[in-house]
Unconditional design. Structure first.
Length: 227
């Protein structure tokens, strides 16, 4: 039992020594997520894990979101694809080690793929899946959340994906540093004035790039050069 637990929370003693890498066991992940259950059950509620490791938290968040998507939309494949893309696009991870970045992306993608195949079997939409992979490459990034820098020493960039007008998605790119340091109670020259859902004036960080809204199956066309 102890040996199995060790395999779940560490990859090697050298990684603990060099990077302080220890993964969170599933039962602790579940307990922590239960504290914010109302948010994990929202399809579009955004989550960021700033040291995502192998994706233990993110896969459980995706599981909960997909449970909601399937319950509401599985009878219509187009609606299921649209809302599952929104669910996946709301999950973010930053990770220092490249092998963990790849593992997290693969884990999230293949977990989703298996659920998707079970529902629709011979009606798989490969264009849709390419857009899912694209979003995961943009949302799960290699970098240091403490320095706000990516693997090349440049600012970490995260994309916001917002559903508008039914099937359209609006993308805006932000520097992670601006998101982490932003104080909505102290707007500055770098703040954007917007209206909340209840009509109140709110402030948010300025995006570094603003993309035109496109159908959700054409998101990948906005950035063909993504790594």
């Amino acid at each position: 039992m102890v040996a199995n637990m060790d395999k779940q929370i560490i990859k090697s003693k050298s990684r603990i020594r060099d990077y302080g890498e220890v993964f969170t066991p599933d039962f602790i992940v579940e307990s922590m997520l239960n504290l914010v259950k109302q948010e994990t059950d929202r399809i579009d509620s955004r989550f960021l894990e700033p040291a995502c490791g192998g994706g233990n938290f993110l896969i459980k968040i995706l599981e909960r979101k997909l449970n909601v998507v399937e319950k509401k939309y599985k009878k219509n494949q187009f609606d299921y694809e649209r809302y599952s893309l929104i669910a996946i696009s709301s999950i973010y991870g930053i990770e220092l080690l490249l092998d963990n970045v790849k593992e997290t992306r693969d884990k999230l993608y293949h977990y989703f793929l298996e659920r998707y195949k079970k529902l629709y079997k011979n009606k798989i939409n490969n264009l849709f899946l390419k857009n899912i992979k694209f979003i995961l490459r943009k949302n799960i990034v290699q970098g240091d959340a403490l320095t706000f820098k990516d693997k090349n020493g440049k600012a970490i960039i995260l994309s916001e994906w917002s559903a508008i007008n039914g099937t359209m998605i609006k993308r805006r790119d932000f520097q992670f540093m601006d998101l982490a340091n932003f104080n909505p109670k102290q707007p500055s020259l770098f703040s954007l004035i917007e209206k909340s859902d209840d009509g109140k004036t709110v402030y948010s960080p300025l995006p570094i790039k603003d993309y035109p809204a496109v159908p959700f199956l054409k998101l990948k066309e906005q950035d063909e050069n993504v790594e």
